[in-house]
Design a binder for this molecule. Structure first.
Ligand SMILES: *[C@@H]1O[C@H](CO)[C@@H](O)[C@H](O)[C@H]1NC(C)=O
Ligand SMILES: *[C@@H]1O[C@H](CO)[C@@H](O)[C@H](O)[C@H]1NC(C)=O
Ligand SMILES: *[C@@H]1O[C@H](CO)[C@@H](O)[C@H](O)[C@H]1NC(C)=O
Ligand SMILES: *[C@@H]1O[C@H](CO)[C@@H](O)[C@H](O)[C@H]1NC(C)=O
Ligand SMILES: *[C@@H]1O[C@H](CO)[C@@H](O)[C@H](O)[C@H]1NC(C)=O
Length: 407
C-alpha cells in the first residue's frame, strides 16, 4: 500500500442511534499549508460572488476550478442555481495538530441558527457542534445577529499525493442516496482507494459523512518563495494565479500542468521567456533525425509580483500536437440530475487553440450533476437539521477515535 503516514478516522455523534457522522482527519505538524477542495452544494440560488464571499474565496478561482468559462462579461454576478455542486478551492492549514481550513468567517443574520448555518448555508461541511466549539458558544440558542463566526471546514492533503501520484483532495459530503462505488465511479477512482484514504473498514457510508476523495491532478514545482508554491490543479480543470495574470490547466491528455497568460483584463508583468520570442505556454517543435526538438516557455511561479518563466528544451520521440484544453462549460443556470445508472458524462469534444474560451458539447448554461438527489433541500438536510436541533438538548459529545496505520 502506497499511502504513507496516518489517517485518523474520527467518529462523532451525540445520537448514535440516529446518526453517526464520520469525517476523515489528517494529523499534521508545523505550519505549512496546502491546497484542497471543498465539495459544496448550493442551498439556494447564489451569485458567484456570493458563493465566494461565503468561503472568502476568489470568485474567479471558484469558476476555474469548476471549468466554468470566465470570459463571459460580468461573470462574477452570474446567478448559480440552487442544488449546483461546486468544488471550492481552499487553503488547508494545520491547526491543533490536524488539517483544516480555518480562513472562513460567517457573519450571522436574523433567523440563522447554528444548525441552519452548518447544514444549509455550508452544505453539511461543518456541524453545528463544530461551529459551537470553534467559537466557544455557551448557549447555541442565542446567536447574536452580526456575530462573526469562525467556520472550520474539513480538508486533507496527504502530501498532495495518492499512491505516489499527484492528487488534490476533495472533501465530499455524502448525500442521501450515495454509495461508495457510485462516488468512486463519479470521481474516476476505486472503492479500495477511497477506503484506504478514509481508513474505512467497510465500504459503507451514511448521508452527512465527509469523505476525502483523491482527484488526479497536475502538480507544480514552483520554488518555496513563490506565492503560489504548491499549486495543484485537478484533472479537467483550471486554476488562476499570479494576480489573475496566469491561467493553468490540467488534462485531459496528460497530467502536466500547462500555464498560459490569462485573458482577464488586468495589467501583468512580462510573460515572455528570456532570450527567446516565446510567451508563456508557447511550444515550438522541430523534427530532427534524432527526434523532435521541443522548446517550451513554461510558468515558474509568482515571486514578488514577477511572473517567473522557464525556457526548456527537450528531445522527444514525437512532436507534440496542438495542446488540448479541458472542456469549459458556460456558467450553469440549471442543474441536471442524472440517475445512478446513467453513464458518467464524458467530454466528447476538446478545445484546441486559444487558452480560454471554447464552445463545448454541453447545452448552453447547463451543468451535469450525476447522482445528486433532486431538490435543493432533500431528505439529507432535513434529517440532519432535525438531528442538529436535537444537539441543542444533548450536550454530551462522544468521540470515538481510531488510528489506522496504512502502509
Ligand atoms: C511527498 O510528495 C513528494 C512528491 O510530491 C515526495 O517527494 C515526498 O517523498 C512525499 N513525502 C511523503 C512524506 O510522502
Ligand atoms: C483526466 O480526465 C480525462 C477526461 O477529462 C480522462 O480521459 C483521463 O483519463 C483523466 N486522467 C486521469 C489520470 O485520470
Ligand atoms: C504564444 O502565446 C501567446 C499567448 O498565449 C499566443 O497569443 C501566441 O499565439 C503564441 N504563439 C505561438 C507561436 O504559439
Ligand atoms: C533545438 O532547437 C533550439 C532552438 O530552436 C536550438 O538552439 C538547439 O540547438 C536545437 N537542438 C537540437 C538538438 O537540434
Ligand atoms: C521579495 O521582495 C522583498 C522586498 O521587497 C525581498 O526582501 C525578498 O528577498 C524578495 N524575494 C525574492 C524571492 O526575491
Amino acid at each position: 500500500m502506497a499511502r504513507l503516514g496516518f489517517a485518523l478516522l474520527l467518529l462523532f455523534s451525540s445520537l448514535p442511534l440516529l446518526a453517526v457522522s464520520k469525517s476523515t482527519i489528517e494529523p499534521c505538524s508545523g505550519s505549512d499549508t496546502c491546497n484542497a477542495l471543498l465539495g459544496y452544494t448550493l442551498f439556494t440560488d447564489l451569485k458567484v460572488s456570493e458563493v465566494a464571499a461565503l468561503f472568502q474565496a476568489d470568485p474567479i478561482a471558484i469558476l476555474t476550478a469548476n471549468s466554468i468559462d470566465i470570459s463571459i462579461p460580468d461573470v462574477e454576478n452570474h446567478i448559480l442555481p440552487s442544488g449546483l455542486f461546486l468544488k471550492i478551492p481552499t487553503l488547508c492549514s494545520c491547526s491543533d495538530g490536524i488539517r483544516k481550513s480555518i480562513s472562513t468567517r460567517y457573519k450571522t443574520r436574523p433567523a440563522d441558527t447554528l444548525a441552519s448555518i452548518a447544514n444549509s448555508i455550508y452544505g453539511g461541511l461543518v456541524s453545528a457542534d463544530q461551529i459551537k466549539d470553534a467559537n466557544s458558544i455557551s448557549d447555541p440558542a442565542v446567536i447574536d445577529v452580526g456575530q462573526n463566526l469562525v467556520i472550520p471546514l474539513p480538508c486533507t492533503c496527504f502530501n498532495s499525493t495518492d499512491n505516489f501520484l499527484p492528487a488534490v483532495y476533495l472533501s465530499y459530503v455524502v448525500q442521501a442516496d450515495d454509495t461508495v462505488p457510485a462516488i468512486a465511479a463519479r470521481y474516476f477512482t476505486t472503492v479500495t482507494d477511497i477506503m484506504n484514504v478514509n481508513a474505512m473498514g467497510s465500504p459503507s457510508v451514511r448521508a452527512g459523512d465527509i469523505l476525502a476523495i483523491p482527484l488526479p491532478a497536475c502538480a507544480s514545482s514552483f520554488p518555496r518563495f513563490a506565492s503560489d508554491n504548491g499549486l495543484i490543479v485537478a484533472n479537467g480543470s483550471y486554476a488562476i494565479s499570479a494576480s489573475h495574470c496566469v491561467q493553468c490547466s490540467c488534462g485531459p491528455g496528460n497530467l502536466n500542468l500547462y500555464c498560459t497568460p490569462a485573458s482577464l483584463a488586468v495589467s501583468c508583468s512580462s510573460m515572455q521567456c528570456r532570450n527567446s520570442n516565446l510567451m508563456l505556454g508557447n511550444v515550438t517543435s522541430q523534427q530532427t533525425s534524432a527526434g523532435c526538438n521541443v522548446t517550451s516557455c513554461t510558468y515558474g511561479g509568482f515571486v514578488n509580483g514577477t511572473i517567473l518563466t522557464v525556457l526548456s528544451r527537450s528531445l522527444q520521440p514525437r512532436c507534440p500536437g496542438v495542446h488540448q484544453f479541458p472542456v469549459l462549460i458556460p456558467p450553469p443556470t440549471t442543474v441536471i440530475h442524472e440517475s445512478f445508472l446513467a453513464p458518467s458524462p464524458s467530454p466528447s469534444s476538446f478545445q484546441s487553440g486559444g487558452p480560454v474560451t471554447t464552445p463545448s458539447s454541453n447545452p448552453a448554461g447547463t451543468f451535469s450533476l450525476p447522482g445528486v438527489s433532486p431538490g435543493p433541500a432533500g431528505s439529507t438536510s432535513m434529517a440532519s437539521s432535525y438531528i442538529n436541533s436535537l444537539f441543542h438538548y444533548l450536550s454530551v459529545q462522544v468521540l470515538f477515535g481510531a488510528i489506522v496505520l496504512l502502509l
